[in-house]
Design a binder for this molecule. Structure first.
Ligand code: PLP
Length: 460
């Protein structure tokens, strides 16, 4: 039996050169394609049958492996950057951001410490500082790009509780028997997930009729639950409706207590870059921490969430890991991204956003976001007038929720499946107050009014 040469995988050779070309060529075609179909999932059995055994002792070789990816696996993944992908929250990375994502891998950048990744960390911090300024946060605000909003919310809340513990310790006061945080009844599911992980209690406050959580309701909850509340979470653009809570009112309510004010803007806070929506976010400048996902409305590829602390020291006190082999990093005053969230090793995942912003400039972002908001307004106006349809709420940002009169859940489900089956659009049913509805999440600049009307025409 021949023993494979162990360095075969790492050395420069004709075989590896060809392999790199193959992969770059595929990537180039995919990045520049404007007709990748929507595609759709397949069953495990079907994929097993079509792909065959792929992990083998001798390897399939790059041609065969890439061919299986291109012809079997990729078509079983929905094209999330397709202009008619309108479910959940889509992704619409710029060409610069997607292309540069390859560079982040190619350069083996380590994004955890200043010592190892100073240049990359500097560029990521440029973006975080720019965002913090846009949000009106003070100089010195900063943080880190984490994997997603779920981890961003968790890391911010852990920092908030640590700050509360330290404050009580300093005063020599006892800790509450049960820590709590306050959030709106429609806060994102990741907030409940953070509470489970942290083993803390969630106090859910009812928003007003229009879905907006306001300061007086939060003030009442704070009065009732007192010093056991370590944080208040407001949503800057809810996932279901794109509703922005009354951030200024909530900030004022929190100011009278010792609690931390966190704004979950994973989806919506990017809209603050647009003059069409900026005013809705008044009050965010008082936040102790905010998150916004570049992989949502800041046109970056998966996965990136910007987590920004008003006072980054609070993040560091909660998250720095200590170990003998790390002391050389943690004893220094340098800015190490690992210190600001629940993670250690990290990809410099903020760099695609940095490269894209540096390339195109902020104004292009403002324009793209404004265009989606305007499109959402336009299709909402159409829906409000269209016989047989009901606009559930006027959109604030890019999410448009509507009902087809007389339809039951089964009708919506069948219609949605048919849309995907026909490779026409990906629109999954949603629901509100016990009623099924349909929902367009619009953020892809290639989505058009005509496409949206075309989808409505299929609801017969
Ligand atoms: C998407 C979203 C999250 C979760 O972000 P992930 O990146 O999916 O983990 C949290 N909050 C809101 C408001 C969101 O829209």
């Amino acid at each position: 039996m021949t023993q494979p040469d162990a360095t075969r995988m790492h050395r420069i050779s004709d075989e590896n050169e060809r392999l790199v070309d193959l992969v770059l060529d595929y990537s180039r075609r995919r990045i520049l394609s404007n007709d990748t179909p929507l595609d759709k999932p397949a069953s495990p059995a079907e994929l097993r049958r079509l792909a065959g055994a792929t992990v083998t002792e001798q390897g399939l070789g790059a041609d065969r492996a890439l061919s299986i990816f291109e012809h079997v696996l990729a078509p079983a993944c929905i094209t999330t950057d397709h202009p008619q992908y309108l479910s959940f929250i889509p992704v619409a990375p710029t060409k610069a951001a997607t292309a540069f994502d390859l560079v982040v891998s190619a350069s083996a950048l380590y994004g955890g410490s200043w010592l190892e990744g100073a240049g990359a960390v500097h560029a990521e911090n440029e973006v975080l500082t720019w965002l913090a300024r846009e949000f009106g946060m003070p100089d010195g605000a900063g943080g880190v790009f984490v994997q997603g909003g779920t981890l961003g919310n968790l890391s911010a809340l852990v920092a908030a509780r640590e700050a509360a513990r330290r404050r009580l310790d300093k005063r020599g006061e006892a800790h509450p028997t049960r820590w709590k945080f306050v959030c709106g009844a429609e806060a994102h599911s990741s907030v409940a997930s953070a509470a489970r992980i942290m083993d803390v209690e969630v106090v859910r406050v009812q928003p007003d009729e229009d879905g907006v959580l306001r300061g007086d309701a939060v003030a009442a909850a704070l009065a009732e639950h007192g010093a056991s509340v370590f944080a208040v979470i407001a949503t800057g653009g809810s996932t279901n409706f794109g509703i922005v809570d009354d951030l200024a009112g909530i900030a004022a309510a929190v100011r009278d207590h010792d609690a931390w004010f966190h704004v979950d803007g994973a989806y919506g806070l990017a809209a603050m870059l647009s003059p069409l929506a900026r005013d809705r976010f008044a009050g965010v400048e008082h936040a102790d921490s905010v998150i916004v996902d570049p992989h949502k409305w800041l046109f970056a590829p998966f996965d990136a969430c910007a987590l920004i602390y008003r006072d980054p020291v609070a993040g560091r006190l909660a998250h720095t890991q200590h170990a003998e082999y790390l002391d050389t990093l943690t004893d220094s005053a340098e800015w190490s991204p690992s210190d600001y969230a629940a993670h250690l090793t990290r990809r410099a995942r903020g760099l695609p956003t940095w490269f894209s912003l540096a390339t195109y400039g902020a104004a292009a972002y403002r324009e793209a976001i404004s265009a989606s908001i305007a499109l959402a307004q336009r299709i909402a106006a159409h829906l409000a007038d269209r016989p047989g349809f009901r606009l559930v709420r006027p959109p604030q940002l890019g999410v448009v929720v509507f009902e087809r009169e007389g339809w039951t859940k089964v009708d919506y489900d069948q219609w949605s499946l048919r849309l995907l089956e026909d490779q026409r659009a990906f629109v999954t049913p949603s629901s509100h107050a016990g009623r099924t509805n349909a929902r367009f999440a619009i953020l892809n600049p290639n989505t058009t009014y005509e496409q949206l009307v075309g989808i409505l025409d299929t609801m017969k």
